[in-house]
Design a protein around this ligand. Structure first.
Ligand code: CTP
Length: 395
């Protein structure tokens, strides 16, 4: 998703520097040209060779190298960059950035670069909470620098509090967002994701293997493109995308209520959740005890949320459903397109390699009233982008 982009990654001296190696690797995997600049202190935490191996580009370190050609190269890098990300960003480098100080290769290039800048602070809680640091944050925000805020938790220095660098995936998502054209600005998108859980008694429930990855990728892509996103999510263990309004639900009935009360405002509704078709007829207040012999569970049908949305769809609103099959993919999914009054059904076959539950990729067929388009094996983020491209083309 970042192919053709040049990203400068500034690494400063903090223990979180090791996480930046994962970030560099992920950026390269997404097709970006990554150039790493390190402070002298950063090289105490991680070797430049690590980044050179991952990025296939020479790392610039503050070596007091006075080679003229070398400096000029770095000004040209500053000019070519699409984005400058500093991760981890120490209190020291943030103070320098806020003041416009340029006393090493990293801060010199930062000052020369006019591209969007993103910082991921990482420091001790005392330093983080210090009013001077807080003032520097405010100044940088005012100057248009974007932040991936530090997390609260146990810090390497032994303290508990705010100051731990955000995870590489979160920084990557912020980079994607900054570099994605905002072609969904002003649109409101409602997304469902994950499984539902249908209680049987206080200790048991019926559910399915959905991990929420495809729905979360849809929400993430819409956010990156500037849309306002409401994510109604069943129980999953992946982090929610920053910036979405998140409504957490458990059962299909709860999901229905959350979706129907918000649907009227949505321009696009994307129902990626794996909603249980049935729930136990009764929920036992006490734990059900086993007895000898067989047991039969009476189940009743859950309402079909997507179908209800299709019936109440307002003009101009677009509806996207998902379909997972093990056979007759196109035939079965085409029936859903008509029966549920959808504009698009994104269908995948559970048996196809690289598709289905829990994978990072998907192999989708997009069905519309015009016909079926088969997509190749793609990362779920890219699949999400293609689905929105199709939906936007229908508007
Ligand atoms: N869906 C829904 N509410 C339900 C069931 C499904 O909104 N109670 C939505 C899903 O979010 C998804 C689509 O409908 O977008 C899936 O359609 P569905 O008919 O459930 O597919 P399958 O369960 O795979 O169909 P079948 O049971 O007929 O195999």
């Amino acid at each position: 998703m970042l192919s053709g982009k040049t990203i400068l990654l500034g690494v400063t001296g903090g223990i979180a520097a090791y996480k930046s190696a994962m970030l560099a690797s992920a950026l390269v995997k997404e097709g970006a040209a990554v150039h790493v600049l390190m402070t002298g202190h950063a090289t105490e935490f991680i070797a430049p060779l690590t980044f050179e191996t991952l990025t296939a580009n020479r790392v610039s370190v503050d070596t007091f190298d006075r080679n003229f050609q070398w400096n000029v190269q770095h000004v040209s890098l500053a000019k070519r960059a699409d984005l400058f990300c500093v991760a981890p960003a120490t209190a020291n480098v943030l103070a320098k950035m806020a003041m416009g100080l340029a006393d090493d290769m990293l801060t010199t290039t930062l000052l020369a670069a006019s591209c969007p800048k993103l910082v991921a602070p990482a420091m001790n809680t005392g330093m983080y909470n210090n009013p001077v640091t807080q003032r520097n944050f405010a100044m940088l925000k005012e100057l248009g620098v974007s932040f991936v805020d530090a997390e609260t938790g146990h810090l390497a220095c032994g303290d508990d509090g705010k100051g731990r660098m955000a995870e590489p995936e979160e920084i990557l998502a912020a980079i994607r967002r900054l570099l994605t054209p905002k072609d969904m600005k002003g649109l409101r998108v409602l997304v469902t994701a994950g499984p539902t859980e249908e209680s049987l008694d206080p200790v048991r429930f019926l559910t399915n293997h959905s991990t929420g990855k495809m729905g979360y990728a849809m929400a993430e892509n819409a956010l990156a493109r500037g849309a306002g996103v409401t994510l109604v999510t069943g129980p999953v263990s992946i982090p929610v995308p920053a910036g979405a309004e998140v409504v957490r639900v458990r059962s299909a009935l709860e999901m229905r209520e959350a979706v129907l009360s918000r649907a009227a405002k949505a321009d696009l509704a994307v129902m990626a959740a794996a909603v249980a078709d049935y729930r136990p007829e009764a929920v036992s207040a006490d734990k059900i005890k086993k007895s000898d012999g067989e047991m039969t569970l009476p189940l009743v049908r859950n309402p079909d949320i997507l179908k209800e949305l299709g019936q109440t769809k307002r003009p101009g609103q677009l509806l996207c459903g998902f379909s997972m099959e093990t056979r007759d993919l196109v035939e079965n999914s085409a029936k859903k397109l008509t029966a549920k009054h959808c504009d698009l059904i994104a269908a995948n076959n559970l048996r196809t390699e690289g598709a289905g539950f829990g994978t990072e990729t998907n192999v989708m067929t997009l069905l519309t009233r015009e016909g079926a388009e088969e997509l190749p094996l793609l990362p779920k983020g890219e699949v999400a982008a293609r689905i929105f491209d199709r939906l936007l083309a229908m508007r």
